[in-house]
Design a binder for this molecule. Sequence first.
Ligand SMILES: Nc1nc2c(ncn2[C@@H]2O[C@H](COP(=O)(O)OP(=O)(O)O)[C@@H](O)[C@H]2O)c(=O)[nH]1
Ligand SMILES: [Mg+2]
Length: 202
Amino acid sequence: MKKCTIIGKTGVGKTVFLINFAEYLGMNTIEIERLNSDGTKDYEKINPKLALSKLADGKIHKTRNIQAVTVDIPMGKGKKKIQLIDTAGLIDGIHPDSDIRKAISQTLSAVRESDFIIHIIDASAAGKKELPNAMGVVDYQIAQFAQIRRGYVILANKMDLPGAKNGLKKIKEELSGHFIIPISALHKTGFKEVKTFVAHNI
Ligand SMILES: Nc1nc2c(ncn2[C@@H]2O[C@H](COP(=O)(O)OP(=O)(O)O)[C@@H](O)[C@H]2O)c(=O)[nH]1
Ligand SMILES: [Mg+2]
């Protein structure tokens, strides 16, 4: 099964995207696979509404361990199963909490082993700050590095918020050469384009 890893700074909307996109693709229940720091795995089946309230509340580093959801992506006449992997936000510098350091190191291995990378940026934040700061310096470097591999897309999220249009313009200028799709993970806009792009590039 192909693996698609979702990366991006904490709070950009990775978990909301994962859950709402799975729901958009027709998953009525979401099976969440969680990798614990001791290497064991937990499985949980929940509906998307409950998943949203449990997993995405904007708390810093809520997603400490990698969570994966398997979805079907329509491909031509058939469909293909892919695993979407949520990650802990990458942070700059070395975090004092060893659990968070472990989660970040899990993120980096997930990136290495994935067939496709979805990189989410908060376009409303990018409208306010210089891009490397809005994205996080580590994320910014990943974006530069990812330019050399195929299977990489940037989602400019929170397009429903003020300032996001301006942020999107900055992201496009700064990261020209990348495929950039404006979305609102919360309001499920731009999802059709994401589905098409993933189906064509995985
Ligand atoms: N307005 C708006 N808020 C969003 C959107 N996507 C996510 N959020 C909010 O941003 C916060 C962080 O979302 P979350 O998915 O937990 O971010 P993560 O740390 O990247 O996983 C939550 O309060 C979400 O409700 C969006 O498209 N628009
Ligand atoms: Mg999260």
